[in-house]
Write a protein that binds this ligand. Structure first.
Ligand code: ZN
Length: 160
């Protein structure tokens, strides 16, 4: 069976950046399972998965625009420390939900200088070209329920 709309594909992957550093990998874990065509994985990878079958090994390079997006300077903001009232031990690396005109976004604290706290709403991999080494392990038909929910159930997916 080929990967196409209404199929669930499972795959092992290693994700590296331009410098060759491993950013993420399914090594030592179950393969990642996703519902093809539902936007469960980054668009540039999903497109290249189409047509592959179990056993295929290939590499995919994904530009930021088709990965986690370009790095947007405007998503970096300095806010007063008093915005974090009630947070004990505010530290670089902590993540928060920020309310914006476009709805809530996840931000990470990247710097603290006195009363000024710098937060960054970019995805940690924004601006990175993504290099995936992929091995497809299984392709199966999606269930009607999975298609309704827009995600995979069972092994490697949602349990509910
Ligand atoms: Zn579900």
């Amino acid at each position: 069976m080929q990967i196409a709309e209404r199929t669930v594909a499972s795959f092992h992957y290693t994700l590296t950046n331009d410098a060759g550093d491993v950013l993420d990998s399914s090594d030592g874990r179950e393969p990642l399972a996703y519902l093809h065509g539902a936007g469960n994985i980054v668009p540039g990878l999903e497109r290249e998965m189409a047509g592959h079958v179990a056993g295929d090994r290939f590499s995919v390079d994904v530009a930021p625009e088709e990965g986690y997006g370009s790095y947007i300077d405007e998503l970096v903001q300095i806010v007063p420390r008093e915005s974090f009232n009630g947070v004990d031990d505010l530290a670089v690396g902590m993540q928060f939900q920020a309310q914006t005109g476009q709805g809530p976004i996840a931000v990470i604290v990247t710097d603290i200088e006195g009363d000024e706290v710098t937060v960054d709403g970019n995805h940690p991999l924004a601006g990175e070209t993504l290099h995936f080494a992929v091995e497809v392990t299984e392709v199966r038909a999606a269930s009607d329920e999975e298609i309704r929910h827009g995600h995979v159930h069972g092994a490697g997916g949602h349990h509910h």
